[in-house]
Design a protein around this ligand. Structure first.
Ligand code: ZN
Length: 197
């Protein structure tokens, strides 16, 4: 393990996805072994996410695709994974799916004939939505294709004051994203259009 802890600038560059493969690999090797730096990385990512969200809220466009990388905390979540990595139980390929990094889309409810958000076919998506109303019951999201078939239905997570759904890459087509509030009977709160090209 590298015993020199990365400085803030290096962590930030990494969180923005701007390190070279070699630099990122070296840093990841350190992160696997160093909990303190993983915590610092999470803080850095939170700061960047908050900053981007602030920038978005002032942007007038209906939907924006942001190229930034997702927080990598999911990599660290089960610490057993890191332990297994250290033991060499299975191969770890941090750069194996760099092309498959998710696109982040902000969905806005349709109020007119707008086209809705656009995404690239096959690319994993992170969909962000405003919380339509305060509720303790939570929300479920559903993605429906143009034939009315349900492609995905899962709980929407609340994060930084927004609802978040992760989706695998979708094939080309027009989709609806529906947001349901969990009540005794789920009630549709919003509908968003999503084009995948
Ligand atoms: Zn460290």
């Amino acid at each position: 393990m590298t015993t020199i802890h990365p400085n803030d600038e290096l962590l930030e560059t990494y969180a923005l996805g701007r390190l070279s493969e070699a630099e990122a690999a070296g840093l990841e090797e350190h992160l696997i072994a160093c909990g303190a730096c993983r915590d610092r990385l999470v803080e850095t990512e939170d700061f960047i996410a908050a900053f981007r969200q602030g920038a978005l809220e002032t942007a007038p466009a209906a939907a924006k695709v942001l190229p930034f990388r997702l927080p990598r905390r999911t990599i660290w979540a089960p610490m057993a994974v890191a332990a297994a990595l250290l033991l060499g139980i299975f191969a770890y390929q941090p750069h194996g799916n760099r092309e498959g990094e998710p696109a982040v889309l902000v969905l806005q409810p349709l109020r007119g004939p707008e086209a809705g958000a656009a995404a690239e076919a096959g690319r994993p998506l992170v969909l962000l939505m405003d919380v339509p109303s305060e509720t303790a019951a939570g929300y479920d999201a559903e993605i429906v294709d143009s034939d009315g078939g349900t492609v995905l239905r899962r709980a929407a997570r609340l994060r930084d004051g927004r609802l978040v759904i992760d989706s695998e890459g979708l094939s080309r087509g027009d989709y609806w994203v529906r947001l349901y509030e969990r009540r005794p009977v789920p009630e549709q709160m919003e509908e968003y259009r999503l084009q995948v090209r």
